[in-house]
Design a protein around this ligand. Structure first.
Ligand code: BEZ
Ligand code: FE
Length: 290
């Protein structure tokens, strides 16, 4: 009965309207959503003004969202929902590399590169040499695995955030392939910590709640190999000051690694570098496809 509803009876009245829903999962999702939404509204004694603020906020999230600016995803990230969904659905096995968020800066049209290539796209910065291995849980090399990697520059900016300066060129990203021993390696520049985009409604949440927008320094990876589950992950720099307060909650202890600092001299690829440089070496373990 939807007449003369009260603060409490309105919840059941709305839930009853889902009785005709034939898909059990859809029904469950709406029943539970309404229960939590109504409980939230009652618990905080939401005012009309606050409700209008929320509607205006959602309108502005919609307006700023484009194919390359995913503000809804960012808000899901900074409220911890993206990682929570990952954690709930995580089917990785104990002996495989942990997965974590994709983030908004992956680009489909990234260039392919041979092992050993300089993927910095001529963006200046401290040289960084990455050497990696991709293996099975038994430690066997996985040859022919496709390895997407992308990262920021030394000021914490991705190529797509400086399209004008780079004349639309993609940089600091590539698609590599592992060799017969499951190895891949490249030269680039050292990344840096950076803020999540704060010039939209997501930034308003960060400021209103007094949070830090800084993501700790990291390099992204996305692996595809025949017979294995794809793996999306990141490696974080072990001495980064923002490790414990990542605004998108993506840091996992198992993904914190040393970015080793070197004086000028011989680099892992056999070249001689006449300035200080960094090296990172890591083995990634993929999960056999289910
Ligand atoms: C990133 O790592 O690129 C990222 C992830 C989530 C939100 C913003 C940035
Ligand atoms: Fe990132």
């Amino acid at each position: 009965m939807s007449i003369d509803l009260t603060e409490n009876s309105i919840t059941k009245a709305v839930q009853c309207t889902f009785d005709g829903c034939h898909d059990a999962r859809t029904r469950e999702l709406f029943l539970t959503l309404v229960r939590h939404l109504h409980d939230f509204t009652r618990e905080v004694r939401l005012t009309g003004e606050e409700w209008f603020t929320a509607m205006d906020f959602l309108e502005r999230v919609g307006k700023i969202t484009t194919e390359t600016r995913q503000e809804y995803v960012l808000i899901s990230d900074i409220l911890g929902v993206s990682v929570l969904v990952d954690l709930i659905n995580d089917q990785s096995r104990p002996c495989t590399t942990d997965s974590t968020l994709l983030g908004p800066f992956y680009v489909e049209g990234r260039p392919t590169a041979p092992n050993g290539a300089d993927i910095s796209g001529d963006v200046p910065g401290m040289p960084l040499f990455f050497t990696g291995r991709v293996v099975s849980p038994a430690g066997d090399p996985i040859p022919g695995a496709r390895v997407d990697t992308w990262h920021s520059d030394g000021d914490g900016h991705y190529d797509v955030q400086q399209a004008e300066r780079l004349h639309g060129r993609l940089a600091m990203r590539a698609l590599l392939t592992t060799d017969e021993e499951g190895r891949f390696w490249y030269r680039s520049i050292a990344p840096r910590y950076y803020p999540v985009p704060t010039d939209g409604p997501g930034g308003e949440i960060i400021r209103a709640t007094g949070r830090s927008p800084m993501r700790p320094e990291h390099i992204h990876f996305w692996f595809h190999a025949e017979g294995y589950d794809p793996l999306i992950t990141m490696l974080f720099r072990s001495d980064d000051p923002y490790l414990a307060c990542d605004p998108v909650f993506a840091v996992r202890r198992s993904l914190i690694v040393d970015f080793v600092q070197h004086d000028p001299g011989a680099a892992p690829d056999g070249t001689v570098v006449d300035e200080p440089f960094q090296t990172v070496d890591w083995t990634f373990t993929l999960s056999p496809a289910r």
